[in-house]
Write a protein that binds this ligand. Structure first.
Ligand SMILES: *Cc1c(COP(=O)(O)O)cnc(C)c1O
Length: 359
C-alpha cells in the first residue's frame, strides 16, 4: 500500500482502521446521502455524531459530571490566552516552564495578570521535569499551570503536581495515552492533532464551577461560560474533526482504552530508550525519570550525522524524524497510533546506522 511509518510530532499518524472507515464513509455517511464534511452542524445526524464523540471521550477519560467537555477551534495556542482571561481575572497564576509551549503560555498570560514562574528548566535545555519540592507556589495563585508532555524536548511529567491552587494542564501530546484523574484538575486541554484527530479541533475539559468569571474584555468565542451554555456550538464547530475523534475513540476502546494505551506507550518507548542507553553513538536528550514515552529525542555524535540519519531513515520509509528546529537533533514521536512494527523498523535502522557510522 506504500504507507510509511510516520514519526511526525503533529499532525501525526492516525490508526489505519480509522482512516479506512472514514474513507468508506466519505461519500455517504451511514445512509445520509452525504459526507460528514457537507452536513449542517445543526442537523440531527451531526448532533448524533457530536453527542456520541462527547460521550465516548467522557467514558475513555472517566470525566466526572462536574466537568464539561468542549470541542473548540483555535488550537492549543488559543487556550494560552483563553485560560488567563477566564481563570486569572487580573490576579496571578503560577506557571511551570518545562519547554517551549509552557513558556509561550506564560508569556501570553502576562497580558492578563501577573505570572509567577514556578520553575524553569531552560538552563539545562529543558532536559528534565522538576520534582515536587522544586515547585515554587504562590499563596494567592488562581491556578497552577503545567504542560504534561513537552513535545519538542521529549520530557513528560511522571507525577501530578500537588498544588493548593486549581490545576490547569496542557495535555496536547499525551492525552489519551494513560488514565488521568480528571477530578484533580480545574482544566485540561489539548490540540487534537498529536494524539486524537486531524488538526482543527481543540478539546477543553473544564470544571463548570470555574466558568462565568472571565475578564470583561474576553471575546464571546473564548468565554468558557458561553461555550458551555451553547454546548460548543456558539459558532460552527470543527465537525469533521469531531467525527474523526469519534472513530479514534472507537478504535481506542477496542485496544483496551487508556489503560491499554499506557501499556503500549511504555513498551514502545522503553525499546528505544534501551537502545539509546546501551549505545556509545546515540545520546538521549531527556534525563531518566523525566523522559517522554510520546516523543523520544536524541542525537548522534554531530549535527551532520543527525541529518544523514534523518535522510537515510526517510529512504527506508521511516519519515519525519528530524528534531524540532529550536531543539535540533532527532525526534521519534510514538503516539497511540504508531504500530509496534514501526518502532521495530526504527530500531533495526538505528542499529544498522550505528554500525555504518560509528568510528
Ligand atoms: C503542538 C502543541 C501545542 C500547540 O498546538 P496548536 O494546536 O498548534 O496551537 C501546544 N502545546 C503542546 C504540548 C503541543 O504539543
Amino acid at each position: 500500500m506504500n504507507r510509511v511509518y510516520n514519526f511526525a510530532a503533529g499532525p501525526s499518524v492516525m490508526p489505519l482502521s480509522v482512516l479506512e472507515r472514514a474513507g468508506a464513509e466519505i461519500l455517504n455517511y451511514r445512509g445520509s446521502g452525504m459526507s460528514v464534511m457537507e452536513m449542517s452542524h445543526r442537523s440531527k445526524v451531526f448532533q448524533e455524531i457530536f453527542d456520541g464523540t462527547k460521550a465516548k471521550l467522557r467514558r475513555a477519560l472517566a470525566v466526572p459530571e462536574s466537568h464539561e467537555i468542549l470541542f473548540l477551534q483555535g488550537g492549543a495556542t488559543l487556550q494560552f490566552a483563553a485560560i488567563p482571561m477566564n481563570l486569572m481575572r487580573g490576579g496571578c497564576a503560577d506557571y511551570a516552564v518545562t519547554g517551549n509551549f509552557s513558556g509561550k503560555a506564560a508569556k501570553e498570560a502576562e497580558k492578563y495578570g501577573t505570572v509567577r514562574i514556578a520553575c524553569d528548566t531552560a538552563s539545562t535545555g529543558h532536559d528534565r521535569i522538576p520534582g515536587q519540592a522544586e515547585l515554587r507556589q504562590s499563596p494567592d495563585a488562581s491556578y497552577f499551570y503545567y504542560c504534561a508532555n513537552n513535545t519538542i524536548y521529549g520530557t513528560e511529567w511522571q507525577y501530578v503536581p500537588e498544588t493548593a491552587a486549581t490545576l490547569v494542564c496542557d495535555m496536547s501530546s499525551d492525552i489519551l495515552s494513560r488514565p488521568v484523574d480528571v477530578s484533580r484538575y480545574g482544566l485540561i486541554y489539548a490540540g487534537a492533532q498529536k494524539n486524537m484527530a486531524p488538526a482543527g479541533l481543540t478539546v477543553v475539559i473544564v470544571d463548570k464551577a470555574l466558568a462565568g468569571h472571565e475578564l470583561p474584555i474576553t471575546p464571546q468565542v473564548m468565554s468558557y461560560k458561553t461555550l458551555i451554555d451553547s454546548d460548543s456550538m456558539l459558532n460552527t464547530p470543527p465537525c469533521w474533526c469531531i467525527y474523526m475523534l469519534g472513530l479514534v475513540l472507537d478504535w481506542l476502546e477496542e485496544q483496551g482504552g487508556v489503560a491499554g494505551m499506557e501499556q503500549l506507550k511504555k513498551a514502545r518507548a522503553a525499546k528505544v530508550y534501551e537502545l539509546l542507553d546501551n549505545s556509545a553513538f546515540y545520546r538521549a536528550h531527556a534525563l531518566p525519570g523525566s523522559r517522554s514515552d510520546m516523543n523520544v529525542t536524541f542525537r548522534t555524535p554531530d549535527a551532520e550525522t543527525d541529518a544523514a540519519f534523518v535522510k537515510e531513515a526517510a529512504e527506508r520509509g521511516l519519515v519525519n524524524l528530524k528534531g524540532h528546529r529550536i531543539a535540533g537533533g532527532i525526534r521519534a514521536s510514538l503516539y497511540n497510533a504508531m504500530p509496534m512494527e514501526g518502532v521495530d523498523a526504527l530500531l533495526t535502522f538505528m542499529k544498522e546506522f550505528e554500525v555504518e557510522h560509528h568510528v
